[in-house]
Design a protein around this ligand. Structure first.
Ligand code: FMN
Length: 222
């Protein structure tokens, strides 16, 4: 087990740790060069040494799952279930976009050029109505927004969703599933539905080849 003695053990004062503290302690334990850490209160378990246990405790404080997720909302639209995959991964609140008039299988038969889904996609100004609304939308800063790719872009009901709330200053992380196409121009198609100070991040295509483990790593990296 890795163990090291701290240069100076600080008084056991209440400390609010940051990501920089995690990095400092990690570097110290790996004997990498660090800034002067004298006086830092890194002895979280009070055993008069800075050890890997202190690092674990510190990480738990800094990366508390509750803290991380409380301002995060996962929103998804999924007609055949593929796009739901990420929902369990984040542990955040979830909102499913459901069309006010539900899509039937017939509506979704996209090989038929006049099926309802195709009609809604052909008219870029179409804004299909959504059945419910998000409670306390203002309390969320990060919104993961997932959808199936329909004719290389997001379904127009996603534009309806974006235009229903004030996303100013918020961050939107997109995810999608498809039958094989990439994200294409979906980001461009959505930007017009939010204000200029909304950050939209092109996330991942969650097609089958992406394992749950990789998904978790991706969510953590955000
Ligand atoms: C109207 C319509 C258009 C579609 N267009 C595409 C497409 O352009 N490229 C693609 O790879 N898949 C396309 N698909 C397939 C869906 O993107 C894919 O099946 C997706 O995983 C469905 O997600 P869901 O199960 O969450 O609804 C289309 C499906 C529908 C219904």
């Amino acid at each position: 087990m890795m163990s090291a003695v701290s240069p100076v053990i600080a008084e056991n004062a209440e400390t609010e740790y940051t990501i920089d503290d995690v990095r400092n302690l990690q570097d110290f334990l790996l004997t990498k060069p660090t800034e002067n850490l004298s006086g830092k209160n890194y002895d979280l378990d009070s055993d008069n040494a800075w050890t890997v246990f202190d690092l674990c405790l510190m990480k738990r404080e800094v990366f508390s799952p509750d803290d991380e997720q409380e301002n995060t909302l996962v929103v998804y639209f999924s007609r055949t279930g593929n796009t739901e995959k990420i929902v369990d991964i984040t542990g955040a609140d979830v909102f499913e976009i459901e069309a006010k008039i539900p899509y039937t299988d017939e509506d979704m038969a996209y090989n038929n050029s006049t099926c309802r889904a195709n009609q809604k996609q052909n008219d870029k100004n179409c804004r299909p109505e959504i059945a419910q609304s998000v409670d306390n939308f203002d309390s969320y800063d990060i919104v993961y927004l997932g959808y199936p790719i329909w004719w290389y872009v997001a379904p127009t009901i996603i534009n309806t969703f974006l235009e229903s709330y004030d996303f100013s200053g918020k961050k939107i992380v997109l995810f999608a599933t498809s039958g094989g196409s990439g994200f294409g121009k979906t980001v461009d198609g959505l930007k017009g539905s939010v204000s200029a100070d909304t950050e939209i991040v092109e996330g991942k295509l969650l097609n089958d080849k992406l394992s749950e483990n990789k998904l978790k790593k991706w969510v953590e990296s955000l």
